[in-house]
Design a binder for this molecule. Sequence first.
Ligand code: ZN
Length: 230
Amino acid sequence: MKKKAVVLVSGGLDSATTLAIARAESFDCYALSFDYGQQHKIELDAAQRVTQLLGVVEHKTVLIGLGGIGGSALTDDHIPVPKFGGEGIPVTYVPARNTLFLAFALGWAEVLGAEDIFIGVNAVDYSGYPDCRPEFIQAFERLARLATKAGSEGVQFKVQTPLIHRTKAEIIQQGLTLGVNYALTISCYNADDKGRACGYCDSCHIRKEGFELAGVSDPTCYVTRSMTQK
Ligand code: ZN
């Protein structure tokens, strides 16, 4: 029998690649997305497309109202998304987001009898978010084993982070070999309602540079090119 894994899928490039890796490692994948009050809700359509392309047993989208807490350019429309990340941790950081996402993934894993949770965090080409660091992931694994009934009965939950030490270019190259169609994914924090990327936010910069360094053409549809490219 194949092992089950819960895979966090945002609709972006990293999580699509992570799902492809989990599939290639022969896991039965249960995809989990969040409608968390993000301004760029269009990414949830991308999550749907990605899970359909790569194949999952089930895809759930859970509603969590992080807009009620605010404190991030991604969940509060009074805080603009900056053109560059800037110094330190940028305002696109969402307070405790990955802690909350992993907590839901852990709960579902326990229900499914899965030991593995996949998350596409990256600590190389990233925006400096503290909840993408290896130390955080290790701490969460420890929490998972302490916090759950399954953990107290000996289940060794693992938070798998196959991308954590890779560059964006390496991630793209691996995803392409595994059949990821990056045209389906959306990374932009400011994508319009057609899913077109702004081309200037931190996430767009990181993605664009990744395609350049990978030496492959960037399939992203940008607003600024919308006159010539649909
Ligand atoms: Zn953007």
